[in-house]
Ligand binder design. Structure first.
Ligand SMILES: Cc1cc2nc3c(=O)[nH]c(=O)nc-3n(C[C@H](O)[C@H](O)[C@H](O)COP(=O)(O)O)c2cc1C
Length: 336
């Protein structure tokens, strides 16, 4: 695959992490980049700078030790506010600004935002032009196939983005009205890809190397974007990159490697959020790590009720070193 170029940034891989609020914090982004994600956008940040003086927003704007190119996603409805938010994020180290028109949340700040903006194409154009003119870095757009199934205007929005100077698109193969229901349909994504010149990432339900290849073939897209498939499995980027490069499936990760990945992830979370919040955030990731592993419910339930980093780590490590290992749960060894 030819590496995608976004502005002056040639991506190390065309397989990228999808922005997910509450998931793609700095710890998770770094982890996914380490496993070969070509980009990892921040969790969406509201364009209303008056709301930035909170620990949550400050954390979302912190890119310490993140590899280049650093992508910040902003969401909002007002062109001038979006431009201002973009400028401030570039001043704080963002190297690409991504605009969220893909999130199905009904409203952000009590106004249309995210994918709801798709129903007002004139406003889409004003927002995109305003942001592109405001910053010296590339601007990208994340959107859906349309407003609803009767109004699949993803192509019109993609054209507006291209004409406004956006440098790449990510298209989730669902309409806003679909939320996350049903299966992603990539036919519309293929149609959009065939009608624009800027790079397009296909997004939606890509959770394995084989599916990644199928979606690339079906859509002709330049790259793919993976969201939920990376939850509890950040090494999916390595698996997909390897498969796309060689046609071979990666050998399963050794249990020791899995343990080390989880442990390092948890430690990163404690240091990012502090002990109390770190343990809470870690519970969510632990659930995902264990979600696909029948037979591990007891361990998972113990882990998600632990209260301190020490207790959480100890429970995890003890089980890796004894229970899980001795019981020889092949499935766990294969999949975690
Ligand atoms: C928990 C969660 C949070 C999300 N937050 C955002 C967000 O902040 N910005 C955005 O553009 N999309 C967001 N999305 C949508 C994802 O980026 C992605 O488009 C969607 O999950 C489909 O891809 P997937 O099937 O690979 O998960 C979110 C999705 C999930 C599951």
């Amino acid at each position: 695959m030819t590496p995608i170029k976004i502005g002056s940034h040639a991506l190390s891989s065309n397989v990228v992490l999808a922005p997910m609020a509450g998931v793609t914090d700095r710890a998770f982004r770094r982890l996914c980049r380490r496993f070969g994600a070509g980009l990892a956008a921040s969790e969406m940040l509201t364009a209303d700078v008056r709301l930035w003086d909170t620990p949550k927003s400050r954390r979302r704007m912190d890119h310490t030790d993140e590899p280049s190119p650093r992508v910040v996603q902003i969401a909002g409805y007002d062109p001038a506010m979006m431009a201002d938010a973009a400028r401030r994020n570039v001043d704080a180290g963002a190297e690409i600004i991504d605009i969220n028109m893909g999130c199905p949340a009904k409203k952000v700040c009590n106004r249309l935002a995210g994918s709801a903006l798709m129903q007002d194409e004139a406003l889409v154009a004003r927002i995109l032009r305003s942001v592109v003119c405001a910053v010296p870095v590339p601007v990208t757009l994340k959107t859906r196939t349309g407003w609803n199934r009767d109004n699949k205007n993803g192509l019109a929005v993609a054209k507006i983005a291209e004409d406004s100077g956006d440098q790449a698109l990510a298209i989730h193969g669902r309409t806003r009205a679909d939320m996350y229901q049903g299966e992603a349909e990539h036919r519309t994504v293929a149609e959009i890809k065939s009608r624009v010149r800027i790079p397009v990432f296909a997004n939606g339900d890509i959770d394995s190397p084989e599916r990644a290849r199928r979606v690339l073939e079906q859509t002709g897209c330049d790259g793919i974007m993976i969201g939920r498939g990376a939850q509890g499995r950040p090494w999916i980027f390595d698996e997909v990159n390897f498969f796309l490069g060689t046609g071979q499936l990666r050998a399963e990760l050794a249990l020791e490697n899995v343990r080390d990945i989880m442990r390092a992830h948890l430690e990163d979370l404690y240091s990012l959020y502090g002990d109390k919040t770190g343990v809470r955030v870690a519970r969510k990731h632990l659930s995902w790590y264990f979600r696909q592993h029948p037979g591990q419910e007891a361990l998972r339930n113990r882990l998600v009720t632990t209260e301190t980093p020490r207790e959480q780590l100890r429970t995890l490590l003890e089980n890796f070193d004894t229970g899980v290992h001795r019981a020889g749960h092949e499935y766990v060894v294969r999949r975690i």
